[in-house]
Design a protein around this ligand. Sequence first.
Ligand code: X8Z
Ligand code: ZN
Length: 668
Amino acid sequence: MTHRHVLLAFAITAGLLSLAACRKTPSPTESPASATQAAPEGETADQFIARVNDEFRKMYPELTAAQWLSNTYINDDSQLLASKANERWLGQLNSWIEQAKKFEGQKMSPDTARAIRLLKLSTSMPPPRDPAKLAELTQIATKLEGMYGAGTYCKEEGGEKRCRQIGELEEVLRHSRDYDEQLDAWQGWHTISVPMRKDYTRFTELVNEGARDLGFADAGEMWRSGYDMTPVEIAAETDQLWVQVKPLYEQLHCFARTRLNAKYGDGRGEVTGGLLPAHLMGNLWQQDWGNLWDILAPYSEAQAGKLDISSTLQTMYEEDYRERQRQLADEPTPEEQVELEHAAQLDVARQMTERAQDFYTSLGMPRLPDSYWQKTQFIKPRDRDVVCHASAWDMNMTGDVRTKMCTKPNEEDFTTIYHELGHVYYYLAYNKLPPLFQGGANDGFHEAIGDTIVLAMTPKYLQSIGLVGAQQQSQEALINSQMRMALAKVSFLPFGLMIDRWRWGVFDGSIKPDQYNQAWWDLKAKYQGVAPASPRGEEFFDPGAKYHVPGNTPYTRYFLSHVLQFQFYKALCDAAGHKGPLYECSFYGNKAAGEKFWAMLGKGASQPWQQTLQQLSGSDKMDATAMLEYFAPLQAWLKQQNEGQQCGWQAPTASMEKPAAKPAATQG
Ligand code: X8Z
Ligand code: ZN
């Protein structure tokens, strides 16, 4: 599990929780052990950690239950309970951390020393010691996440008010190729975060205070402290990894720009400086360009074969719907139609999840428990607001695992299910460990598990399960399948980096509240080479339109995951005895690969990630070589396609950098 941040625990992440406890009005100095035991006289460090693990396990389900409710049933009451539960939890965390101080410098086992370090890093929302500020923090955090979840864009259309939430707006970017319609959907979604700006500003002050109370310079430094290396080292490491993969991204960027210009004409495929227009990338944040397959496919299906999973899933849905309709005696009434649609959506979402489970069980991993199937939120409920952003939950560390999605029958959601089940299998594998070791080796590991499986879903595998038609063995087919993967994985890289570049700056004060939006778009331009088609001044708060900002989920994990998953994939392919080019490998059904993977998951956070990576892959370094090896054919092809083009882009003058504009990339 991972727990998250703010309020919630779980979901996405990999760290451990946050916590705290019940302090009914404790004064900050009185070392409140309130709801739980007071520290016994003469307790050793090892005994202390055993006690913390025990208390942790007991308190945890109350926190997750409140947070599950507030995520799947957003209203004032569930938010009140969630923020109170989080307040108690974080209060308890403060108390444990306070109690841990007396063991500093004392003899203790290496495991205990590690557990104490992890305890201090166990939340991404460091709690201020001042109880009033802690309460304020958890209220704001709950409110921000609720605002995101309930986000709705309404406008007048033909005399009527039309309201849409994120799912519908995403559908516009997925399917419409009308320039203005996409712009309206993109801008519409970015209205929902305008009211978050003030709360977010206060939020950063409060978590910074919490981080300082724990001995960190600011919350960003605390986030960078969870990598078994210094905060400076991990920041430098992400820079180096970016240098390694940037040439590949630049080639993809260049190719996309050419195709977009051809599609939209009149130079509308780019924004001044050669940047890509934010609303035309098929995704609200330009982090995954997979929806632009119709524009970016290298070769036609006639030339290269069909690779379209979305249309197969859509057909499954339609058939399910028609079958249900046939079972009715009469034509369905409008109400019945809505019921039928809902039932068919649920059927397909469950089938997609069973398909994902099948990959994991083929490796020798267990089936998901019955409670998973009963308690999971598969699709968007019709009667209330929920946080649709996908997440995976460990409710009690003893098998009550769930996912929460608003699944639609398309490829993006299909691969997201594999991603979420990666978190779930991590939970199940490390549930036997003490709670403080229940986390990813680092948070990038947690994010990489399901994605590693997605890499093993080769066209051949997809054909074998009937999701795509017969595949050809040709250069065209290879380039098409590489492009599909690149549109998900390569386009993501700079986005994976820029979000926390922004937050690190916000937390360390180099980005001030009156520059939030400017700094955001400067970083988007610098790293991703994207820009909005119309000015986005400080009257907007565009960072808040991305879930992880109001949700306070650190984001560097996803950048690391996009590098690590290729390392994991290669290691498992080796374990499976794969010979031949890396991109051809699927380890579906391979028990040797499965054992290796499961062994890694079972280690959780009990040892430095370097050791865990070494055991899996033979190397203790994060390194994008495997990713570049995988994409070598595509990179060569892109180079050829881009020949004669002036690749790269000119980022507008960045407010946070030297005044002179400089090209972010120049090679062609
Ligand atoms: O947030 C997620 C997952 C949950 S951990 C759905 N992801 C990032 C995102 O959507 O921004 C997965 C990829 C990146
Ligand atoms: Zn995730």
